[in-house]
Design a protein around this ligand. Structure first.
Ligand code: CDP
Ligand code: CDP
Length: 215
């Protein structure tokens, strides 16, 4: 079974995908961490995330350890990620790993996985267009910015709400307007609006959809 979870910044994609993975014995891939890893390495090397040659070279040499970097969740890294993510060649270089993960998911700690759940922006449209189920998770920009702001403060990062809201809107615009694999719901995606719904309820609704489809 392959489940795709897409949506804009801080909509609750990762929270839902991680819970579905736990409930259904699926391997989980946070594809945003791949783009974030490219962004982080570019910033670390003092290069420009908009430089196509630098971004492609980093994308082609990415290793599994890069996805575990402690700086991946920084706002600056998210912005750099969305800049490198515009690059068509960078996206192509990262595609095979994601598709392979979906088709041949790694074992879980306690045995084989029953499939995979991937979250990102283009999972239902490009990475796994044949996924068994596609969710498009949304929430208002204000609800999303509040959550991301709270998350950053709790982690000990500096954060100003108005800045987080502006960065989130900029990133959504860049992700939606790019030519290659823009952020958009797949035609057959199930919408989940999490603006006023806590994570447990979102999971229940998603599990109901899965059961109702006999998956
Ligand atoms: O993966 P994505 O960026 O879409 O969002 P996330 O990391 O799953 O969620 C962003 C923040 O919103 C986290 O702090 C979650 O705990 C919180 N959240 C929430 O308050 N209510 C939900 N229904 C889902 C997530
Ligand atoms: O967690 P959050 O919603 O803040 O972002 P993320 O999922 O970690 O993704 C970071 C950035 O990577 C996004 O703003 C996109 O530009 C890019 N991305 C993408 O283009 N395609 C994906 N499948 C996943 C992420």
């Amino acid at each position: 079974m392959i489940i795709a979870v897409d949506g804009p910044v801080a909509a609750g994609k990762g929270t839902l995908a991680r819970s579905l993975a736990r409930e259904l014995r699926l391997a989980y891939l946070d594809t945003g961490s791949i783009y974030r890893a490219v962004g982080a390495k570019i910033l670390e090397a003092d290069q420009d995330p908009g430089d196509p040659v630098a971004a492609l070279s980093v994308a082609e040499s990415l290793g599994p350890g890069d996805l575990e970097r402690p700086d991946l969740r920084r706002e600056s890294v998210g912005l750099a990620a969305s800049t490198v993510a515009v690059n068509t060649q960078v996206r192509a270089a990262l595609l095979e790993f994601q598709r392979d993960f979906a088709k041949n998911p790694p074992d879980l700690a306690d045995g084989p996985a029953a499939g995979a759940v991937l979250d990102g922006r283009d999972i239902g449209t490009v990475v796994c267009p044949d996924a068994d189920l596609k969710f498009f998770v949304t929430a208002t920009p204000e609800a999303r910015a509040e959550r991301r702001h709270k998350e950053l403060i709790e982690r000990g990062d500096e954060s100003i709400y108005a800045r987080v809201l502006q960065d989130l809107k900029d990133r959504d615009a860049r992700d939606s307007q790019r030519v290659t694999a823009p952020l958009k719901p797949a035609e057959d995606a199930v919408y989940l609006d999490t603006s006023t719904v806590e994570a447990g309820k979102v999971l229940e609704t998603a599990l109901d959809v899965i059961r109702s489809r006999g998956l």
